[in-house]
Write a protein that binds this ligand. Sequence first.
Ligand SMILES: [Zn+2]
Length: 428
Amino acid sequence: MAGKMPTYKSALLICDGLGDRPVAALGGKTPLEAANTPTMDRLAAEGATGLMYPISPGIVAGSDTSHLALLGFDPFECYSGRGPFECAGIDMDVRQGDVCFRVNFSTVYDDAEHTPSIDPETGALKATVQDRRAGRIETGTDQLAAALNGIEIDGVQVQFKESVAHRAGLILRGEGLGQNVSDVDPHAVDTEIWIAKGADPASQKTATVLNKFVAKSYEILKDLEVNKQRVAEGKLPANVALPRGVGTAPALGDFNERNHVKAACIVETGLIRGIGVYLNMDIVDVEGATGGLDSDLQAMARAIVAALADHTFVLCNMKGPDIAGHDGDAQAKIKIIEAIDAAVKTIIEEGPQDLILAITGDHSTPVDKGDHGGDAVPFLLHGPGVTPDRVTAFGEGPCGAGSLGTFVGQNVTPMLTNLMNVQPKFGA
Ligand SMILES: [Zn+2]
């Protein structure tokens, strides 16, 4: 009998790269500890805290692998590269088993000195990269992408879609495609495009198709009107598509069914958006959410409040702290954390009264390192059913004394669905 068991809604606010290490210039405090965060401190006092290793202790997590873990998946098992999530992030139809890449529209030299040719043995393009971003192309890429989308190579279907600026996504769909292929993008100018090789027979099939795709992209793109126009204007033509970041789309299923929730995803980077799309969350794109330090976090907060009206679970990622961390800028990190605190105030004041709110980071991005770290990140849990601990401030040091102890990212979604009272019993 179900009885009168109440169910609750929850929001998981992931402050990208929130975690940090003691900073000498801040008197040994971390940016979060140095920031003025009255709302998150109050929630820490009313709720429970702890430290979380996003993947496992010491593992330096990427944003994608970490989000997969926080959403209950084992990234070591399901993750083979960012390609599938990049493609899903631009609303491509990514299906399990697809081999996916992100792509740069680029320029190869095409003059008397460097004439592109096709390698008769592999079908690969032999050409030299002039510019990896095709003269920072901004417009017309939809027409370029349309010309490549839908072609077929050796029985493998090609899907291709433009993203922002010079970026795009590529999906190869067919039987028996492996993912262990080497790069074609040399990541350098005045260098020949590399010929992809596969580490096993299935991956060699992918490599062969990939090499032929690059050659085909040159043959198709070079003569398109967009490129003739660019050349006439003295700009570099986007005469080749260079894929990278290969990954096979994993079997993750539907997040809603798996967790007995109705989930919305409110984020500001394509990669995390792609995870939400791939897990079948409802995507809410927020105007003003730029993914930069100037992002309109109040607009994101209002979107979370609105989404909670007809969803039971909201995943939110605010990107700013990670950017400040990569910049090595402690003051900028403090400032964006204070803006997040103000956004949390809006969520608390305007959202459902009995909201279960978790606030944490997807990894540390220590300002003194300027890149992701494998440190534990602070975690805060607030709402009905949460027993308060003695911690009264949200920070790396205080959370180390919290009642939740130290745990890993894969624990987070079950911790939330438990408090929501929607998780079925394991066992009798
Ligand atoms: Zn991240």
